[in-house]
Design a protein around this ligand. Structure first.
Ligand code: GCU
Length: 434
């Protein structure tokens, strides 16, 4: 699986290596940040139900026809960036399929998505498992993965991804290239067998196929496909890496629409951490996604930025300058100037069901701030006559709650566990009427 037309990344690594060395593990609590609830500053959240012109939004029609687009536009301009319009040739190639995966319980399909424009070609591989005992097209969970499709399953038929990997010199990755040793190393985060047993398919794709996760000035990945004549990097309000990952998720949605064995109207997007930020942005920008799940997404995901608890806007923009658009840098240590906060990102899911999950030891991601974003999104769900979290206060650990806005605080670390998946499966069962 090598993509000869993708520019090599090796020469670009030296510059970014120094920065990467100091990036904390996601479950670390770097010094110099606030982890004390008593020290959260006073803040006032922007009101999702007041339009830019100052008019109150009092019903679902006004939200859908007007205010939703305003809020989406604010996130495009100030946070995630606008996706440029460009004529991209997209093709789906079925690389292989087998109806004897997981001891005959599942059918595996590996679909290569080819993206071509401007003499560039980028390919991203979608790995799909579907339950063999499905009575019809199967509902599906789709999510990006961190380290290649081959890490999500022990299945030997999934090729080792040869693209650049962010994590290195552990879990079978040497010098940013993966190996056979990496096979299945993230399988614990992917409850494929549990999902199959309950009638769901699972699809995944390596985020780095779409855009490698480092700051190279957007010369690799899909960004160059979108450049106008003479353009060499995205404009200040255009997208960054999260935007590119989310574009890939939407192309996966396009593929699902072409595959009669997949129930494309019942697709849940699931993402962890930076990929949880991405699942929220995917749900906001692609209304075909029926359920949106944010697992430990933290700053730039479900956590309210104005609380400055754990990771801050400045920190994320410094450690990961490529994730958001350049305009987002204006909010470093300036959160109160943001025209949005993350409750409005959650509100963009309405009236679709959204699930926010936190973990007790994941204080860097501000579990309480993640809960509160759901709380403050409830007003928008109420326009549709839908109840949100159903509780006033953050529930005790391991107590899942919520109606259209699901929430739990799992005991433990920054991770995706079987417990988390169990809640997502139940949530999908309930909302998909299964
Ligand atoms: C870092 C980053 C977080 C991110 C996490 C991850 O900890 O600061 O914003 O969610 O990595 O993606 O694992």
């Amino acid at each position: 699986m090598s993509y000869p037309n993708v520019p090599p990344v090796a020469p670009l690594l030296a510059a970014s290596l120094a920065a990467m060395t100091f990036i904390p593990d996601a479950d670390a609590q770097p010094d110099g940040f606030n982890y004390d609830e008593a020290l959260v500053p006073a803040y006032a959240l922007p009101d999702p139900l007041v339009s830019l012109a100052g008019k109150p939004i009092t019903n679902a029609k006004a939200w859908q026809s007007h205010r939703r687009a305003e809020v989406l536009g604010l996130f495009e301009d100030h946070v995630f960036g606008r996706t440029p319009s460009a004529d991209i040739d997209v093709q789906f190639e079925l690389l292989e399929g087998d109806d004897q995966a997981y001891d005959g319980r599942a059918t595996r399909k590996q679909v290569r998505m080819h993206f071509r424009a401007n003499d560039h070609h980028v390919a991203a591989d979608l790995l799909i498992y579907l339950p063999n005992d499905a009575k019809g097209p199967a509902p599906l969970f789709v999510g990006l993965n961190f380290n290649g499709n081959h890490t999500t399953t022990p299945d030997p038929a999934v090729p080792v991804n040869q693209n650049w990997m962010r994590a290195t010199n552990r879990d079978g990755v040497i010098d940013h290239r993966s190996s056979e040793v990496a096979r299945g190393t993230s399988a614990k985060r992917w409850a494929i067998e549990a999902a199959i047993a309950r009638g769901y398919g699972v699809a995944t794709m390596y985020c780095g196929d779409l855009d490698p996760d480092f700051d190279d000035g957007f010369q690799n990945g899909i960004h160059p496909l979108f450049y106008r004549d003479g353009q060499t990097q995205p404009d200040a309000h255009e997208w960054g890496t999260i935007g590119a990952w989310v574009w890939g998720l939407s192309r996966a949605m396009d593929y699902f629409e072409t595959d009669a064995t997949i129930d494309h109207e019942h697709v849940a997007v699931l993402g962890h951490s930076r990929l949880g930020k991405s699942s929220l942005w995917a749900g906001a920008s692609d209304e075909r996604i029926a359920i949106i799940i944010s697992n430990n997404s933290g700053c730039g995901g479900a956590a309210l930025a104005r609380r400055r608890f754990g990771e801050t806007v400045q920190r994320i923009n410094t450690s990961f300058p490529h994730w958001f658009n350049d305009a987002h840098q204006a909010y470093n240590e300036n959160e109160d100037a943001l025209p949005v906060d993350q409750h409005m990102l959650i509100a963009l899911m309405a009236p679709r069901p959204v699930y926010i999950a936190s973990a007790t030891e994941d204080v860097w991601a501000d579990p309480r701030g993640e809960f509160l974003a759901g709380k403050h999104a409830e007003a928008v769900y109420a326009l549709f006559g839908k109840t949100g979290l159903t509780v006033e206060d953050q529930p005790a650990p391991d107590t899942p709650i919520g109606d259209y806005i699901g929430y739990h605080l799992r005991t433990g670390k920054h991770d995706v566990t079987a417990y988390d998946w169990e809640q997502y499966l139940k949530f999908a069962d309930r909302h998909f009427g299964r």
